[in-house]
Ligand binder design. Sequence first.
Ligand code: C5P
Length: 209
Amino acid sequence: MARILITSGPTRQYLDPVRYITNASSGLMGASLAKAAIDAGHEVTIVSGPVHIDYPAQATVVPVISTEDMLAAAEEHFENCDGLIGVAAPCDYRPRRVEDHKIKKSGGPLVLHLIETPDIVATLGADKKDRWVVGFALETDDHRFRAITKLERKNCDLIILNEPSAMDSKDNHIQMLNCEGDVVLTTTGRKMEIAKEIFAVIDFRLIQN
Ligand code: C5P
């Protein structure tokens, strides 16, 4: 039995008390992977941004809002886990300034100054020690090359490449790459179904070994 941390769903970065920027993510891939891991006999903690889906009842769910919250919760729980599956779509940018009051319309354009948020998978990957890390990559071009670059930069053991059509969809088409850049799994179908195939590879390559 392994203890697995899954980051899932989008995060929100507020501009003012009512407006935020976010990423398109339903949390369904995270929920599907959590179910596959639980069905295989593992213990799962999910750090999730705001979603409308239900996670498996057997998982411990830690709700968060922003990317900074997700990083803090993930760092805390990674301590007691054997590995991380980073399937969340954390918002990569945050407004430099968060207004206390709702920004009033002025009739003119509003210029936002955005700065990068921390990368959760890269931060946990940099200090993973004997734990394993699986990341996701969603690319619109140079798919394979960008995914391998990301795998190296984030110190992942495996990376799963999916396409923009996966967002907010029940279906997904993925390729899974290992550290050598070899494709170890290619599959298409319902997220619930392909999560079982993805998790079987993680279990075989990273947990049972
Ligand atoms: O760099 P990019 O966002 O495309 O990488 C995707 C992978 O990185 C996913 O595993 C995602 O969960 C993770 N990620 C993260 N923190 C961010 C951005 C992405 O953990 N701020």
